[in-house]
Design a binder for this molecule. Structure first.
Ligand SMILES: NC(=O)c1ccc[n+]([C@@H]2O[C@H](COP(=O)([O-])OP(=O)(O)OC[C@H]3O[C@@H](n4cnc5c(N)ncnc54)[C@H](OP(=O)(O)O)[C@@H]3O)[C@@H](O)[C@H]2O)c1
Length: 240
């Protein structure tokens, strides 16, 4: 119970990796608050999480996010796993509007969240952002996604300097089996998972709980800051 009596806010904690982080933090004794846009997802997550608190929040909305943290007041750990879709198309196929929309969600959403949360995070606390393995192993044809993930890691390194002693780190997952792929039909999704798995050293894609362990480590370990934890089954060595 290493996070006993710690308060943690997980923006994006109603699905996939964020939901697994919420479960892991609860198992370590933390008081957990999760937030995301959809009331339905918040309600379903609350049933799974039991003792956590859940709120509706769009982290792209600055005033809503500021108000959210004003209501939360002081807490220990901020985790951001929210992201509203990827920009997978190649440079010449992706419109500038779609590229900006992807940045507005994953990059600016995390930026806005840290800015709004900062006055309430304890000096002994931590901030953990989320990037993705493409930052370390760029994928041909995914320039926007690579740029977003690289920008998040760059932001976190400087925030680790600017906000110390608050610790700031990033988790960078490879392919993980989460609802982010629920828009694909089952056959295409399984085929994509198989292809991805074959190119990995560990020959399988990750489960959300395996990624969640990194967020628990980063909340707990009082000497880790400015780090990116890569959990990608060997993708960086072998290609995704
Ligand atoms: N799964 C993978 O293979 C993979 C690989 C590399 C990196 N990642 C990264 O890991 C993170 C988590 O991904 P995941 O696979 O767990 O995705 P997921 O299952 O789709 O969960 C995303 C969460 O973000 C919330 N969200 C989306 N837009 C939001 C907004 N504007 N404001 C507040 N909450 C918002 C969603 O809930 P609502 O819809 O209710 O808002 C949901 O709770 C993302 O940053 C993703 O890019 C994932």
């Amino acid at each position: 119970m290493s996070l006993q009596n710690h308060r943690a806010v997980i923006v994006g904690g109603t699905s996939g990796i964020g939901l697994a982080v919420a479960k892991s933090f609860l198992a370590q004794g933390a008081q957990v608050i999760v937030a995301s846009r959809s009331q339905e997802k918040v309600d379903v997550a609350m049933k799974e999480l039991g003792t956590a608190h859940g709120y509706v929040l769009d982290f792209q909305d600055e005033s809503q996010t500021k108000q959210f943290f004003e209501n939360i007041v002081t807490f220990d750990h901020l985790v951001v796993t929210a992201s509203g879709g990827a920009a997978r198309e190649p440079f010449d196929a992706l419109s500038i509007d779609d590229a900006k929309a992807a940045f507005a969600s994953k990059f600016w959403g995390q930026y806005v969240t840290v800015k709004a949360a900062l006055p309430y995070i304890k000096k002994s606390g931590s901030i953990t952002l989320t990037s993705g393995a493409y930052a370390a192993r760029p994928l041909k044809g995914a320039s926007t996604m690579v740029a977003i993930n690289s920008a998040i890691e760059g932001l976190a390194r400087v925030l680790a300097m600017d906000l110390a002693p608050i610790r700031v780190n990033v988790v960078s997952p490879g392919v993980v089996d989460t609802p982010v792929f629920s828009g694909m039909d089952t056959e295409s999704r399984e085929a994509m998972f198989q292809r991805a798995a074959q190119s990995l050293l560990l020959k399988r894609i990750a489960k959300p709980e395996e990624i969640a362990e990194a967020y628990v480590y980063l909340a707990n370990n009082s000497y880790t800051t400015g780090s990116v934890i890569q959990i990608e089954g060997g993708a960086i060595l072998t290609g995704i």
